[in-house]
Design a protein around this ligand. Structure first.
Ligand SMILES: NC(=O)c1ccc[n+]([C@@H]2O[C@H](COP(=O)([O-])OP(=O)(O)OC[C@H]3O[C@@H](n4cnc5c(N)ncnc54)[C@H](OP(=O)(O)O)[C@@H]3O)[C@@H](O)[C@H]2O)c1
Length: 902
């Protein structure tokens, strides 16, 4: 049957994405129908996927795209389901055999449901399809009633809010209702395609589980031991509120009203919300969830909200029709709008994630608040709790976002997966990898001796410990930004330095446990600690009396290598001829778990390579994962990176340049992702040169490293610079995340070149320096510009509002109106150590120029003052920043020099 050709309308939506994935995984040819100017550019190519842009209001526009199509699946947005007539007409005219309309919810055959405005168009569509069938009997239809989207609604905080641990209990909270995961809906679509005769001209009923709100809450309490706040509401109230909202006409919040009607149909017994006695699960291959699996879905949600929840977004916008977390940060503030529904406004306050896929098995990292309170290392008082929740926001909107982009859809040279999120946060990635391993181990033990409660308990305990260590590392990592939190009691601010030291000490103690624990989250924990600077005021004795960041990093890199080797089936992408393989983080569990695991692992490995390369460039330690001298030329990691840049990126860049390149948030994001890959490649080349010079290899070896570096620079200058220049002209019009990316890419490029120049100076290689004279001049000029850009552009980290810490914070402190942190890019840059190195190298170059008489004092004084101001903006209370300040001051106190300007 996989010879059938399927057209999918709305393939880019919440439901469309997992259905598309399932169809492609099953080997179907798919034509994705997308609005002209819609979201189709976000679908990456697949050999079996054709994307056609159409006008959904015109059958003539759609018809050509439906020639030779057997089945049309419509996943159009809720607000567009009343406009499916042209799509149906086109399908009818083109000879399509089966039409699956956008239903996917309540029982639209139930007489009460049919009356609800949200259901009226669905019933009308069914009637229209029936009429068409009469005209041509080979034209048939099937609707899917799946009740509530279980994982999606939990993720959005709609039916319960696992993040706030709060819920509105409708009709008492004990009404059993059918709920289905997006993955199971996708399975049902495949089932209909395979069983067309059994499903023709009717509604099929599926669910993953029959649940009640109370049951789900009980599961959440079992998982984290935390009490929920609940209020009661009758869906009859919604039946009054929703029409009242619609009656506002042009000012109505239509989506809120429709959601109200959906709750009426999905949470009231009279509306047939329990499908148990007429399910088509068996026919369609929908296995459903056992209680244990349901609990895992809930656990994923509870934990996801503790550590993983991403930057915030209002509810609405076509049921969260967004792929990319990046646009959420700014849209949150802009899009909040008032609504007469109090319950709806409450939902609107909630921060939401990137398009989040919750697989029953995918556990994500997180800590339970009860663990937090029990531990002496975790928050004890109200200010601590406030800082705890801010720490989470700073982490999510800073590190997680920047990291997520660096391994996401466009940025990992080892994996090509058009359906992967643009941003894959670290906690989600490393958590999902652990979940895969747990699942495999679990299945293994199950097949041998059955899963005992003791074994399950031990697993939970171990996971709790891993999560706790990660949480402590996150706190220590983010503590340096806590002084930026607005509106705090000044007396509390005085304690910041002590607090920063304490969080660092607590995290370092924890590293002793983590270091022997091989798990992906432990690797992330170690790497985070490695990136946490030594706080000011830690004595040298104390510094030496315990683990260092560098040891943690190297242990983490070793562990990632060991885990890779331990996975017997895991053949590293890097050793394969072609890097382009699909299926990474996807809504639908891959039939081939190894494949899914490999994709995730490749992203994590790329992250590790980036950390390793960065550390070996800026310290004097060799890289652990890839070797030195010829590393950038012969190892598979680097060959793939090069292939990505020259084979995949370059043709696209050339095409963009030839056809005219419009700078948008999306295109800029793609350029910045490629530039980031190129930046890492270049850093590796520079490291190889450094090692060749430091280790005194023969001249042939040095020249070999030098020519590879020249090539790396050339790739950057030819394949990226022209597009980066075009982006630069528009940079002020891009959103803050793109501005941050722009700043970081440039800063890292110039930092790399500054290190290269420094190495050549130190080695006395004037011959090589001469060859890069032009680059040196460019760097002297541009490096200041980029520093100023970083100082003058601002970035906002939104306040916790009703987020993670609200439960622990004193009443009224985190009420959603907490002001955000707005500071310069430099001030919130998750990698401030790069700025420290950057300033130091620029200062060395300045002094050199000044001493050689190539610069007047006035210019020197102005530029050195700028460097001082940049350091002023970096997070306080860190030893490396103190030392950088001191060095800058010292240079002005040397004989013949002057006092520090500024
Ligand atoms: N049972 C539940 O709990 C539940 C929850 C949510 C949704 N649903 C149902 O599931 C189906 C799909 O919903 P969804 O959330 O996946 O949809 P969605 O993400 O909001 O939108 C799906 C796609 O529809 C296309 N589209 C066409 N016309 C549009 C318009 N006027 N406005 C916005 N987008 C438009 C867009 O694709 P292009 O840009 O590519 O054209 C969009 O990506 C609907 O039938 C909905 O009612 C059920």
């Amino acid at each position: 049957m996989s010879s059938s050709h399927i057209a999918l309308a709305g393939a880019t939506g919440n439901l469309g994405v997992p259905i598309l994935q399932a169809l492609l995984d099953a080997g179907y040819k798919v034509t994705a129908l997308s609005r002209n100017g819609g979201n189709s550019s976000r679908l990456k190519p697949h050999p079996n996927l054709v994307v056609k842009q159409v006008d959904f209001t015109s059958a003539d526009s759609i018809s050509p795209a439906l020639q030779d199509i057997d089945v049309v699946v419509s996943c159009l947005a809720t607000l567009a389901i009343g406009s499916q007539t042209p799509l149906i007409d086109a399908a009818f005219g083109a000879g399509v055999k089966r039409f699956i309309p956008a239903e996917f919810g309540m029982d639209s055959r139930n007489p009460l449901c049919k009356e609800l405005p949200v259901c009226v168009p669905k019933a009308a569509v069914q009637q229209y399809l029936g009429e068409k069938h009469k005209l041509r009997p080979s034209f048939t239809w099937t609707g899917i009633a799946n009740g509530m989207f279980l994982d999606w609604c939990l993720g959005e905080g709609l039916v319960l809010n696992p993040e706030k641990h709060s819920a509105i209990l409708y009709n008492g909270g004990d009404v059993p209702f059918s709920a289905t995961t997006l993955a199971d809906v996708a399975t049902a679509v495949l089932g209909i395609i395979r069983h067309q005769s059994e499903t023709e001209n009717r509604l099929v009923y599926i669910h993953s589980a029959l649940v009640t709100q109370s049951k789900l809450i009980k599961m959440a309490v079992d998982i984290d031991g935390k009490a929920w706040q609940t209020t009661l509401k009758d869906t009859e109230d919604l039946k009054r509120e929703s029409p009242a909202e619609l009656a506002k006409g042009a000012h109505a919040d239509v989506e809120a009203a429709m959601l109200g009607f959906c709750f009426c149909g999905m949470l009231h017994p009279g509306y047939g919300c329990d499908f148990s006695d007429h399910l088509d699960n068996d026919l369609l291959g929908v296995k459903g969830l056992s209680d244990g699996e349901l609990r895992a879905v809930m656990a994923a949600e509870v934990r996801a909200h503790l550590v993983i929840t991403q930057v915030a977004s209002p509810i609405g916008t076509s049921f969260r029709n967004l792929f990319n977390s990046s646009s959420f940060v700014e849209s949150r503030a802009q899009k909040k709008k008032s609504c007469t529904f109090e319950w709806m406004n409450d939902l609107r306050k909630k921060p939401s994630g990137v398009r989040r896929e919750v697989r029953p098995t995918a556990r994500t990292a997180g800590l339970t608040p009860s663990e937090s309170c029990d531990s002496p290392d975790l928050p004890a008082d109200a200010d601590d709790a406030l800082l705890e929740s801010w720490s989470s926001e700073i982490f999510q909107q800073g590190f997680e976002t920047v990291f997520g982009l660096s391994v996401g859809r466009n940025s990992c040279p080892f994996v090509d997966d058009p359906l992967c999120d643009v941003c894959v946060p670290a906690t989600k990635l490393f958590g999902a990898l652990d979940a895969c391993i747990d699942e495999e181990v679990g299945q293994d033990s199950l097949s041998r001796e059955g899963r005992t409660p003791e074994a399950q308990g031990q697993k939970e305990e171990r996971n709790g410990e891993i999560d706790k260590s990660l949480r402590l590392a996150i706190r220590a990592y983010t503590a340096r930004w806590l002084p930026l939190i607005p509106d705090r009691d000044p007396s509390q601010r005085d304690q910041d330095e002590e607090r920063i030291k304490d969080t660092w000490r607590a995290a370092r103690r924890e590293m002793l446990k983590v270091i022997n624990r091989a798990s992906y989250r432990s690797i992330l924990t170690l790497c985070l600690f490695a990136q946490t600077p030594m706080p000011s005021g830690i004595s040298e004795e104390e510094e030496l009396d315990g683990l260092s960041g560098l040891v943690c990093l190297h242990t983490a890199l070793l562990q990632i290598q060991r885990l890779r080797e331990r996975q017997k089936k895991c053949q590293f992408r890097g050793s394969e001829a072609s890097p382009w393989r699909s299926a990474a983080i996807s809504s639908v569990p891959s039939p081939d778990r190894t494949e899914a695991f490999l994709s995730l692992e490749s992203r994590a490995y790329w992250a590790a390579v980036v950390w390793d390369t960065s550390s070996s460039l800026t310290s004097n330690f060799r890289a652990s994962l890839t070797s030195g001298l010829k590393g950038a030329c012969e190892e598979s990691v680097w060959r793939l990176s090069r292939a990505f840049l020259l084979g995949s990126w370059n043709p696209k860049a050339e095409q963009w340049l030839a056809k005219g390149f419009e700078v948008t948030d999306d295109t800029a994001s793609q350029v910045f992702s490629a530039a980031a890959v190129c930046g890492v490649y270049m850093w590796k080349c520079i490291t190889s040169l450094k090692e060749a010079l430091i280790e005194g290899v023969d001249e042939e070896g040095v020249l070999f490293a030098w020519s590879s570096l020249q090539e790396g620079l050339e790739i950057f200058r030819t394949t990226l610079c022209p597009l980066l220049c075009l982006c630069e002209r528009q940079v002020h019009f891009l959103d803050q995340l793109r501005r941050m990316s722009w700043y970081q890419i440039n800063m890292k490029y110039y930092l790399g070149v500054l290190i290269m120049l420094d190495i050549l100076e130190a080695a006395g290689r004037q011959d090589l320096l001469k060859q890069v004279e032009e680059i040196r001049m460019e760097v002297e000029h541009e490096s200041f510009n980029i520093l100023k850009f970083g100082m003058e552009s601002s970035y906002t980290i939104y306040g916790p509002g009703d987020g993670l810490g609200s439960s622990m914070a004193p009443a009224g402190v985190l009420d959603g109106s907490t002001p955000g942190i707005t500071a310069s890019l430099i001030a919130v840059d998750p990698c401030p150590h790069h700025v420290v190195d950057y300033v130091a190298l620029m200062h060395t170059a300045l002094i050199d120029k000044y001493r050689r008489g190539k610069m007047k004092y006035e210019a020197y004084s102005y530029l050195a003052g700028t460097l001082g101001k940049a350091l002023d903006q970096l997070p306080k209370h860190s030893k490396s920043v103190d030392v950088a300040h001191q060095n800058l001051r010292d240079s002005f106190q040397k004989p013949g020099s002057m006092t520090i300007p500024g």
